[in-house]
Design a protein around this ligand. Structure first.
Ligand code: GDP
Length: 418
């Protein structure tokens, strides 16, 4: 399951529904920068690193090798779930090959953003610096924690490098570093107890007739290669990364569900072609409660962008589409979809590689009638008003992907399976 816009598509809810029928749920990229919000009854859970599948008793959840694990935040989340009565015994595994994110990565992240030529609007969770260390082959992996001497020297070296960089920028955070370093090492013993070979576990589950859900974070337009670079995240968010980031081959994956919101939102910087004007933006933000789960930042909102959806369908190899938050459009009298972009060079139907051009395109819209009645009680396609079905049919057609799920509310039960 992958996000097909700029993240925040409501993936947490879709994972929560899909998790019902699987044995294993696996995160394969990103880190604590993701924030999935899941409502179980009247209780709200915001999960940053642990897969949302944890809210289903009996399911085992894994963090794959492609994830960067914020060791302190991970155990905060773990302990919070435990304290809220979730049984975690034997239910969480972390890849031995996953990289460990340490507190100084967060400090580096904030400083780097201040210094950056282009402000990306990162969540400040240290994800970029942790992936930089991984790619520069200086990172620390979970398997390194088996040897406490080795772990100490890797943590110290990493902290030293961060300290030098921070000092070169004129900041001084040495005191905090010492205590962070010790708490990282103290928690590393707990992390080792959860270490596993995620690829092997997944293959064993599949060979044993089980089902596995690979849960993406962020969205296609934030993919390091395929997104709106440089306004992207530091990992590959698209479907192929589900194999690399969990330790299996791509031929093991038989279904790719792409999640799209019934409109578009974007948090962080970078172009959003279908952005609303200020008044409509305010209205949709309130209707859809569009504030970041990780940072609380208000999201920019816009009409559904079929150019992006079609591109996402292609780069992810989608086999099905899940449309979320249809109910948020219930009160609108007209609803538009961007079908192509007008550029100084002519009309284009493919999502452009040049992010700077994307900022200047003028979307060409098709406007459909709204339905002006509640959809949150619908449980089958037939329960939906005719204009809502027409809107979904058009999305399906433009994205060239069959519709599989429609979400009409925050609750588990508010879902239509097609
Ligand atoms: P994620 O990172 O993709 O999971 O996205 P968020 O954490 O931002 O979740 C989206 C928010 O929308 C959460 O508060 C969900 O409970 C909520 N949500 C998900 N699906 C629906 C839906 O169909 N309708 C409404 N009204 N809210 C939804």
């Amino acid at each position: 399951m992958v996000g097909c816009q700029w993240g925040d598509e409501g993936k947490g809810k879709i994972v929560d529904v899909l998790a019902e029928d699987v044995n294993l749920v696996v995160r394969y990229q990103g880190g604590a920068n993701a924030g999935h919000t899941v409502h179980v009854g009247d209780t709200e859970f915001v999960l940053h690193q642990i897969p949302s599948g944890i809210l289903h008793p009996e399911k085992r959840c894994l963090l794959g090798n492609g994830v960067v694990i914020d060791i302190l935040e991970f155990f905060k989340e773990y302990d919070d779930l435990y304290n809220r009565g979730i049984d975690l015994d034997g239910r969480i595994g972390v890849s031995e090959r996953a990289h460990v994110l340490m507190p100084h990565h967060l400090i580096l992240d904030r400083i780097s953003e201040d210094e950056a030529k282009y402000k990306i609007g990162t969540t400040g969770r240290g994800i970029g610096p942790a992936y930089q260390e991984k790619v520069s082959r200086m990172g620390m992996r979970v398997a390194d924690l088996y040897n406490s001497k080795r772990a100490r020297s890797l943590v110290e070296e990493s902290a030293q490098r961060a300290q030098e960089k921070i000092a070169s920028l004129g900041a001084d955070v040495e005191k905090q570093f010492d205590s962070d370093l010790e708490s990282t090492l103290a928690n590393s013993k707990r992390l080792v107890e959860l270490a596993t070979d995620t690829g092997l576990e997944i293959i064993d589950a599949i060979r044993g007739g089980g089902r596995v859900l690979l849960e993406g974070a962020q969205g296609t337009a934030l993919d390091l290669d395929h997104g709106t670079y440089p306004f992207v995240t530091s990992s590959n968010t698209t479907a192929a990364a589900a194999a690399t980031g969990s330790g299996i081959g791509p031929t093991e994956i038989d279904t790719v569900i792409g999640v799209v919101k019934a409109y578009t939102t974007r948090v962080g910087n970078g172009p959003l072609p279908t952005a609303f004007d200020a008044a409509m933006n305010e209205k949709m933000r309130t209707l859809g409660n569009e504030f970041g789960a990780t940072t609380g930042r208000p999201r920019r909102c816009g009409w559904f962008d079929a150019v992006l959806a079609r591109y996402s369908a292609r780069v992810n190899g989608l086999t099905g589409l899940a449309v979320t938050k249809l109910d948020v459009l219930d009160t609108l009298s007209d609803i538009s979809i961007a079908t192509s972009y007008r550029t100084p060079e002519g009309i284009i139907e493919e999502f452009p590689a040049n992010t700077w051009d994307l900022g200047d395109v003028e979307p060409i819209y098709e406007t459909l009638p709204g339905w002006c009645e509640p959809t949150n009680g619908a449980r089958t396609i037939g329960d939906l008003p005719a204009p809502a079905r027409q809107y979904l049919d058009r999305i399906e057609e433009l994205a060239d992907t069959p519709l599989r799920m429609i979400s009409v509310g925050t609750r588990r039960s508010q879902i239509i399976m097609v």
